[in-house]
Design a protein around this ligand. Structure first.
Ligand code: NI
Length: 255
């Protein structure tokens, strides 16, 4: 039984066959999927999915790329949604200095506001970090994110950064890149992270694992991520699946 801790099944790439994709995930033995809504458009459709399917839960938050669109009312909206029975985390939130689609000061402020909200409602956060390691750590520390902890989504940093995140009570989640032949760093970190802080995800429709790299990703493919890490850790894949699922349930309070 596996848990995909990060999916975007409401993405437009799934418009044609969303139901079939979700059925395949169930057939593949996924116990839960956390679908992530991160702006005006994707938060409502994420909640719809979580309300329609027992095994789909939701994370809601404001993505750094959309930070410039977040109004004070939206922060209030997210706070209200944290009381929704299927919402288990605030995310994805963080910093994206690669695309830079929102000014960095705006990204930082929106990130800080949501960490404060998470502490207020005592809910873990899901972090998106692209090319912003230093500022990310500074803000996590200054805002005392360790009080709630959460998930470093699709972790791709160094072992040094991983240790900083572990010290701040974060779990590291790995996706498709850990299956890529040349992905030395994710493989190294996935081999070293303490087993009780390890999670798996797809980030579908993006970051498709080998052997489907280049095609659309879907939640059922989280099994390839599990297999790759099980091989690195020299564990039976069933055991790796059980450990990562227990971690996700503990962190997110899943039944
Ligand atoms: Ni995502």
């Amino acid at each position: 039984m596996l848990i995909d801790t990060h999916a975007h099944l409401n993405d437009e790439q799934f418009i044609e066959d969303q139901e079939a994709v979700i059925e395949r995930a169930q057939a593949a033995g996924l116990q839960y999927i956390i679908n992530v809504g991160f702006n005006h458009e994707t938060i409502p459709t994420t909640l719809e999915l979580a309300e329609r399917y027992d095994f789909i839960y939701a994370a809601v938050g404001w993505h750094p790329q959309d930070a410039k669109d977040m109004n004070p009312e939206d922060l209030q909206w997210i706070e209200e949604l944290t009381h929704h029975p299927k919402v288990v985390a605030i995310g994805e939130i963080g910093l994206d200095y690669y695309w830079d689609t929102s000014p960095r000061e705006v990204q930082q402020e929106v990130f800080r506001q949501q960490i404060r909200l998470a502490r207020k409602v005592k809910m873990p956060i899901i972090i998106h970090n692209r090319d912003a390691h230093e500022d990310l750590l500074t803000i996590l520390r200054e805002e005392h994110a360790e009080e709630v902890g959460g998930i470093m989504h699709c972790f791709s940093g160094s072992w040094e950064l991983a240790q900083e995140c572990l010290n701040l009570n974060f779990y590291l989640s790995f996706g498709g890149p850990v299956t890529f032949k040349n992905a030395k760093r994710p493989k190294e970190v996935a081999t070293q992270v303490p087993l009780d802080r390890l999670l798996i995800e797809t980030d579908c429709p993006y970051l498709t694992p080998t052997p489907f790299r280049g095609k659309r990703n879907e939640s059922a493919y989280v099994q390839y991520v599990a297999e790759a890490i099980a091989e690195l850790r020299q564990l039976p894949v069933e055991e790796l699946g059980q450990i990562t699922s227990e971690n996700a349930k503990r962190l997110l309070g899943l039944p």
